[in-house]
Design a protein around this ligand. Structure first.
Ligand code: PQQ
Length: 598
């Protein structure tokens, strides 16, 4: 939408979920700099009136700020020229039972803006467009059905004349997708993560520069593969035949827990999606294959765990690479892609849950770098550049009724929903980290529509550095680390970079921090009301720069403490791993926005 593109071009605004189409979360504002950041003071706060995890960031356009909340996904439109007075508010009516089918807390990752509208993707699957001036509802569309366990937590992404939204529910056996609507509410296209090429929107040119990404079977079984004692060995790349069709069907082999497993195959879509106007490609990742018990879905389970590049107009996929074929650990591939330029070319960067950071040539998907983000990653040794296939280690293979111990990273990955940021000034990526390992025991589980269908029991614990998290900078052309700071807990909130070489992020023990982007040295911090799982953002109003962040503990890391769950395996292992959060946060954490200025 023209108004959105104009708003994005003006650095005073924060008009898209990650600032602009690149997903860099980089601001050109420089008033707050390395010299004066120590003087940052709280300018104003806003309690959202809602408890539980608050993810994402508000939208700022001109004098208006639009703030979203966790379920029931209320919206407040605040006038920044009039002491943040509420101009309008919107209170969706959602069936409270939808909360029971959200896997990882009642989160919403924010709002979309464009065409004079504010777009909200409710947890109950309704995509809603409101008049940005008045809050009046203009249209809604039913995107997912919570009756079968399908929900939404993603922010709607407005890109040119489309609004993109996703689908959550791989812990409920949902067959997920990404969908694009026109700005007046008509479905333009829908691309499933599993199934026949016609429904995954795979055309004849798919992976034409990277044919081995479309190979039928990328592992050979060792000692019976899917059975206890078995594991998987990467097939010699020279023996792989690429360019195969309908892999979303053919890589779901039998026998399976449920007939035609791809029909309940997960591949959820709930991340942050960038767009490159030069090629008209939009990028996103798909989540884990359902069910978590890998033995009952032999095969690579395509196209779960995949980063796709799709044409914005048609949805047809240009390329797609599966990061974790035949997932055995819940290493969802949904983490954001960040686009950046280097030497006249555009690259797509992605820190996967599986503990590898990937860099592709953005237009054709050629893999240029794939490295472990931390040496503790112990399920694979490396990634084959031609096929994208990881060399799995038998020692980390998981099987039904066998408790695999000491697998690193844990299911929530070396990074989860918390988006990284990039600075074109330093040329570095800044990634919030999880430093968590696990035990993982797949168990038999029967599919019942609308009921949890997980099929594994986990415990989580701190990794070998003795902490649960960190924050690190990487060179995205090599994915080698520039610097690394430890954090007591996972850094579960998104990063922001500014042209004054600052990087901001929040922590689960309530700190909001500013670092020197070059060295990682901490320059300032402030303790907010509850743990931060929201994304740092910045804007300028009346000539003054502000930085802000939503607080409100939650997400997968905080859901157990929010619900008072204390059995270590509760909340898929988060209850034990993050038990100490109760020493830093009241439960259930209340949502608030805190905004700072000089
Ligand atoms: N959500 C969070 C969060 O907000 O902290 C963390 C996770 C989700 C995960 O680690 C997941 O695996 C996950 N999986 C699905 C899915 O497979 O459908 C959905 C979501 C979600 O929508 O929040 C999460």
């Amino acid at each position: 939408a023209a108004d959105q593109e104009k708003a994005i071009a003006d650095a005073n605004n924060w008009a898209a979920p990650r600032g602009d189409y690149t997903n860099q979360a980089h601001s050109k504002l420089t008033q707050i700099n390395q010299g004066n950041v120590k003087n940052l003071k709280a300018a104003w706060t806003f309690a959202t009136g809602v408890n539980r995890g608050h993810e994402g960031a508000p939208v700022v356009v001109g004098n208006m700020m639009y703030v979203h909340t966790a379920f029931p996904n209320n919206i407040y439109a605040l006038d920044l020229n009039d002491n943040q007075k509420i101009v309008w508010s919107y209170f969706p009516k959602q069936d409270p039972s939808v909360q029971a089918v959200l896997c990882c807390d009642n989160v919403s990752r924010g709002l979309g803006y464009g065409d004079g509208k504010i777009f909200l993707q409710q947890n109950d699957g309704m995509l809603v467009a409101l008049d940005a001036k008045t809050g009046k509802k203009l249209w809604d569309a039913k995107n997912t059905d919570p009756k079968v366990g399908a929900t939404n937590t993603n922010a709607p992404h407005v890109i040119k004349d489309k609004v993109l939204t996703g689908c959550s529910g791989a812990e409920f056996g949902v067959r997920c997708f990404i969908s694009a609507y026109t700005l007046d509410g008509k479905l333009a296209w829908k691309a499933y993560s599993t199934g026949p090429d016609a429904e995954v929107l795979i055309g004849k040119d798919f992976n034409k520069d990277t044919p081995l990404y479309s190979a039928l079977s990328v592992y050979e079984d060792v000692n019976g593969g899917n059975k206890q004692g078995g594991s998987f060995k990467k097939i010699d790349t020279a023996k792989l035949k690429g360019g195969e069709k309908d892999l979303g069907l053919k890589t779901w082999l039998k026998p399976q827990a449920v007939k035609d497993g791809w029909q309940h195959g997960g591949g959820s879509v709930w991340g942050w999606w960038p767009y490159d106007p030069k090629t008209n490609l939009v990028y996103y990742g798909t989540g884990n294959p359902s069910v978590w018990n890998p033995d009952v879905r032999p095969g690579d389970n395509k196209w779960s765990m995949t980063v796709f590049a799709r044409d914005l107009n048609t949805g047809v996929a240009r390329w797609g690479m599966q990061m974790t074929p035949h997932d055995e650990w819940d290493y969802d591939g949904i983490n954001e892609v960040i686009l950046f330029d280097n030497g006249g070319k555009t690259y797509a960067w992605h820190h996967d849950r599986n503990g590898f950071a990937y860099t592709w040539q953005a237009d054709n998907g050629v893999l240029v770098a794939a490295e472990k983000v931390h040496p503790f990653v112990n399920w694979a040794t490396d990634v084959d550049k031609k096929s994208g296939v990881p060399n799995k280690l038998a020692s980390a293979s998981t099987h039904q009724d066998y408790n695999a111990k000491g697998v690193c990273p844990a299911a929530l990955g070396t990074k989860d929903q918390q988006p990284a940021a990039y600075s074109p000034k330093t040329g570095l990526i800044y990634s919030p980290l999880n430093h968590v390992c696990m035990t993982y025991e797949p168990v038999e589980s029967k599919y019942v529509a609308g009921q949890p269908w997980v099929g594994a029991t986990l415990t989580m614990f701190a990794g070998p550095d003795g902490v649960m998290g960190g924050f690190a900078a990487y060179d995205p052309m090599t994915n080698k680390k520039a610097w690394y700071n430890k954090e007591k807990f996972s850094a579960w909130g998104g990063a922001l970079t500014t042209a004054s070489d600052l990087v901001f992020y929040g922590t689960l023990d309530r700190w909001f921090k500013a670092l020197d982007a070059k060295s990682g040295k901490e320059l300032w911090k402030f303790q907010v009301g509850s743990g931060v799982i929201g994304n740092a953002f910045t804007y300028s109003n009346g000539g003054k720069q502000y930085v802000g962040v939503l607080s409100g503990i939650g997400g997968w890391a905080g859901v157990a403490m929010n619900l008072g769950l204390t059995n270590p395996t509760d909340a898929l292992g988060a209850a034990g791993g993050y038990a100490e959060l109760t020493k830093y946060n009241a439960a259930p954490g209340g949502g608030a926005l805190t905004v700072f200025s000089l």
